[in-house]
Design a binder for this molecule. Structure first.
Ligand SMILES: Cc1cc2nc3c(=O)[nH]c(=O)nc-3n(C[C@H](O)[C@H](O)[C@H](O)COP(=O)(O)OP(=O)(O)OC[C@H]3O[C@@H](n4cnc5c(N)ncnc54)[C@H](O)[C@@H]3O)c2cc1C
Length: 370
């Protein structure tokens, strides 16, 4: 019987399994998908995550294939409103590293124990001594279980698992851009029609995310032509395939019930506008691994540390959700007068004084484990 079972081989489950494995803990990682999930979602890895993964050597491997984004600009009608300067942060990694989520998952998977694929957990129960999982492949037991199954697994543990949906929708594409584009600068265009984000990616590509009308045609061909038109205005040719997505918010009030823990998107889901969701989960995992190791080795749960961990992670998730909510609201379409007012607000936010706080906030410097 493994000492810990981790449910879900997304980035968060992979990291926790790798960290437990590295510490000599017997861990089983189970995953419902037969193959790793396709497509990229998260691209930004923030300074506190890079620092947390440095000891295991994962940061080095991530940075080998990543682009280092040292600056983020806010622009309206082409005019610079202000900038966040990650390169001026007093941290060990003064930049946001970008690489596609599937590349991050491959690096984490190389450190994790073999994933048991095609196993779906359908129920979780526990006694004083152990946790029992009902799965599509029969019962599994372990003294400790961690659910890292993402948003669709939430109902396994929370009675109130409904997320709040924002009215906003977005179009997203990763595509090649002209060589002249500055690969160390992310740009947020805040125009009357809503936000257009442009983030550097490795290989001369960029991730574009554009606000999309909630009732617009969801047919992929229609989405592709809307994105083509949006990018054409900025002289970019679209080569990749556009994907539409909606955004939600959920922050669980607790992450532990006895021998069962919940981390990553299963416990908190924040709007990707601002890009902190995966980082929150990776910090959950990196900070939980030493506590579970202590529990397994000593035979006693480190209750006080686990309570502190839970409070810190819930607090960090609430802060990230508030930040993501602010970004989402700032990125909505606005008629001319409101758009001018928004530009003034953004100038103040990124100006002297407040600008340093905002840079820290955008780089997750207010996370408890930063
Ligand atoms: C468009 C978009 C862009 C984003 N950009 C960013 C970004 O730039 N930066 C950032 O930090 N975050 C970003 N995010 C958020 C990020 O993708 C998620 O926070 C992250 O994937 C969560 O990881 P996870 O491991 O918790 O869950 P998931 O990635 O959802 O993985 C969960 C895994 O558990 C498996 N599973 C589920 N239920 C079960 C079950 N019952 N039994 C067994 N296995 C199960 C699933 O198959 C899945 O493989 C973005 C999200 C989106 C949608």
């Amino acid at each position: 019987m493994p000492e810990v079972i981790v449910i879900g081989a997304g980035p968060v489950g992979l990291l926790l399994s790798a960290e437990l494995n590295r510490r000599g803990i017997g861990v089983a990682l189970i995953e419902s998908r037969e193959q790793a999930g396709p497509g990229s979602r998260a691209i930004g890895i923030h300074p506190p995550t890079l620092a947390a993964l440095e000891g295991s050597g994962v940061t080095d491997r991530l940075l080998q294939g990543a682009v280092r984004v040292s600056r983020g600009e806010a622009r309206s009608q082409g005019q610079l409103l202000g900038a966040v300067r990650f390169d001026q942060l007093p941290t060990r990694f003064p930049f946001v590293a970008t690489l596609p989520q599937e590349a991050t998952e491959q690096i984490l998977a190389a450190e994790a124990p073999g994933v048991q694929r095609g196993v779906t957990v359908t129920a979780i129960t526990q006694s004083e001594q152990q946790v029992t999982l009902q799965t599509s492949e029969g019962e599994r037991r372990a003294p400790i279980v961690v659910l890292a199954g993402g948003s669709r697994s939430r109902a396994l543990v929370y009675t109130n698992s409904a997320a709040q949906s924002y009215p906003d929708r977005y179009l997203m594409v990763d595509t090649h851009v002209a060589a002249a584009e500055d690969s160390s600068t992310a740009v947020i265009h805040l125009d009357e029609g809503g936000v257009l984000e442009s983030f550097p990616l490795p290989g001369g590509r960029r991730r574009f995310v554009a606000w999309d009308a909630p009732h617009a045609d969801q047919d992929p061909t229609a989405q592709q032509s809307r994105m083509e038109r949006t990018l054409a205005v900025r002289d970019h040719r679209l080569e990749g395939t556009t994907r539409g997505f909606g955004v939600r918010r959920y922050v669980a009030p607790s992450l532990r019930n006895g021998r069962v823990f919940v981390i990553g998107d299963a416990a908190h889901e924040v709007s990707p506008i601002g890009g902190q969701g995966m980082n929150l989960g990776l910090l959950d995992a990196a900070s939980l691994a030493p506590l579970l190791t202590d529990w397994v080795r000593s035979g006693h749960a480190p209750e006080a540390e686990l309570r502190r961990w839970e409070r810190a992670r819930v607090g960090s998730a609430r802060r990230a959700a508030a930040m993501a909510g602010l970004n989402t609201r700032l990125g909505r379409p606005a008629p001319r007068a409101l758009s001018a007012l928004r530009s003034n607000v953004v100038q103040l936010m990124l100006g002297p004084g407040a600008g340093r706080l905002m840079t820290r906030a955008y780089a997750m410097g207010f996370d408890h484990h930063a």
